[in-house]
Design a protein around this ligand. Structure first.
Ligand code: NAI
Length: 343
C-alpha cells in the first residue's frame, strides 16, 4: 500500500511514521501542496493524504482517478476544499471527524483571554523591562454573554469552558440539539453577544456569515473569535468594523485567503495580502496561523484515525465510518447508513 502525503510539515511525520510502521504502510511525505500542477506526482500511489489547504477540485480529482488513485484520505475534519460531489463514483474520500475537539476549543479560549487581558502586549513589554500597565485594562468574562455559532463537538466544549468562567452562553445552530442549550436566532445572537465564537462548518450557506449587515446588528465592542474556517467572515467587512470601532477585538486562527500564507515561514517576504496586513496592524487583532488543532494528542489521533481509515478501505473491504460523500446524512440515498461503502 503506497500513500503519498501532500503539504506535509515536520510535525506531521513522527506520528504518521509510528502508526504506518505498525501496519507495513509505505508513506512518502511531500511538502508541496496538491493542485492541478502537482496531481501528477500521485501516479503509482494507491492513496493520497491531504490537508486543509490542498486543492481537491474536479480537475484534480479527474487526474487522480486517471492515475489510479483509489482513496483521498483527509487528515482534517473540515473538507470544504474537496469537491465530494465530483469525487462520487470515482474516488472514495475519508476524513478524521474528531481528533481533539478540546485542542480547538481550548485554543479559542486562549485567544479570547490573550486578547481581552492584553497578554500579548504585556509579554512584549516585560521582555523590554517595561512594567507599565497603561493601556492594558481588560474586562471580566464572568457575567458576559458569549454567542456560539455551531454547537457540534468543538462548539459544545467551548460552551462548557465558557460556563466554567460564569458566562451566559447562547447559541445558534442550523440543527439544534435537544438539550438545555439556550438557542436563539442568528440575529438575536448578533444583537445580544459580547463575544461571538464561530464553530460551524464552511458551506455555501455559512460563507460570509459575518458580513457588513451582520456586524451592523452586533453590540459595540463585540469580540469576534474564528477558529473554524476563514471564509465564514468577510474579512473586508471585519476590517471596516474594526476601523469604525464597532468591533472591539478579533481573534483569527483562520483567514479566507490563508492558503498560500498560513503554515509557511514568510518572514523576510513582503505580504501581498493588503487586508490581512491591515488587520494584523490593528492593536486589537490577534492572528494565529491555523494552529488551533496543534496539540500532541490531536496529532496522534489524526495519524491513528487516518491510518485506520486507509486500512479499513484497502484491507477490511468493509465500510469506513469516516467515509464522506455528498449524500452522507441522507438516509434514503447514502449507502453508508446501510453499512456499505458510500458508492
Ligand atoms: P461538528 O460537525 O461536530 O459541528 C458543526 C456544527 O455546526 C454542527 O452542530 C452543525 O449542526 C452546525 N452547523 C452546520 N451548518 C450550520 C449552519 N449553517 N449554521 C450554524 N450551524 C451549522 O464539527 P466540529 O468538529 O465541532 O468542527 C467545527 C469546525 O471547526 C469544522 O467545520 C472546521 O471547519 C473547524 N476546525 C478548525 C480547526 C482548526 O485548527 N482551526 C480544527 C478542526 C476543525
Amino acid at each position: 500500500m503506497r500513500i503519498l502525503f501532500f503539504d506535509t510539515k515536520p510535525y506531521d511525520v513522527p506520528s504518521f511514521e509510528a502508526y504506518g510502521k505498525k501496519h507495513d504502510m509505505e508513506f512518502k511525505f511531500l511538502e508541496t501542496k496538491l493542485n492541478e500542477d502537482t496531481a501528477e506526482l500521485a501516479k503509482g500511489y494507491d492513496a493520497v493524504c491531504v490537508f486543509v489547504n490542498d486543492t481537491v477540485n474536479a480537475q484534480v480529482i479527474d487526474k487522480l482517478y486517471e492515475y489510479g488513485v483509489k482513496l483521498i484520505a483527509l487528515r482534517s475534519a473540515g473538507y470544504n476544499n474537496v469537491d465530494v460531489q465530483h469525487a462520487f463514483g470515482k474516488i472514495h474520500v475519508v476524513h478524521v471527524p474528531a481528533y481533539s475537539p478540546y485542542s480547538v476549543a481550548e485554543h479559542a479560549m486562549a485567544l479570547l483571554l490573550t486578547s481581552i487581558r492584553r497578554i500579548h502586549k504585556a509579554y512584549n513589554r516585560t521582555r523590554e523591562f517595561n512594567f507599565s500597565l497603561s493601556g492594558l485594562t481588560g474586562f471580566d468574562l464572568h457575567g458576559k454573554t458569549v454567542g456560539v455559532v455551531g454547537t457540534g463537538k468543538i462548539g459544545s466544549i467551548f460552551m462548557n469552558i465558557c460556563r466554567g468562567f460564569g458566562m451566559n452562553v447562547i447559541a445558534y445552530d442550523r440543527f439544534p440539539k435537544a438539550d438545555d442549550t439556550k438557542y436563539v436566532t442568528l440575529d438575536e445572537l448578533f444583537e445580544q453577544s459580547d463575544i461571538i465564537s464561530l464553530h460551524c462548518p464552511l458551506t455555501e450557506e455559512t460563507k460570509h456569515l459575518i458580513d457588513k449587515q451582520a456586524i451592523e446588528k452586533m453590540k459595540k465592542g463585540v469580540v469576534i473569535l474564528n477558529t473554524s474556517r476563514g471564509a465564514l467572515i468577510d474579512a473586508e467587512a471585519l476590517l471596516q468594523g474594526i476601523k469604525e470601532r464597532k468591533i472591539g477585538a478579533a481573534c483569527l486562527d483562520v483567514y479566507e485567503e490563508e492558503a498560500d500564507i498560513f503554515f509557511e515561514d514568510l518572514s523576510g517576504h513582503i505580504l501581498s495580502d493588503d487586508v490581512l496586513s491591515r488587520l494584523m496592524s490593528m492593536p486589537n487583532v490577534i492572528v494565529t496561523s491555523h494552529q488551533a488543532f496543534l496539540t500532541e494528542e490531536a496529532l496522534n489521533n489524526i495519524a491513528e484515525t487516518t491510518v485506520n481509515n486507509i486500512l479499513s478501505y484497502f484491507e477490511n473491504d468493509g465500510i469506513c465510518d469516516n467515509e464522506l460523500c455528498y449524500r452522507c446524512g441522507n438516509i434514503e440515498r447514502c449507502k453508508k447508513d446501510r453499512k456499505e461503502r458510500c458508492f
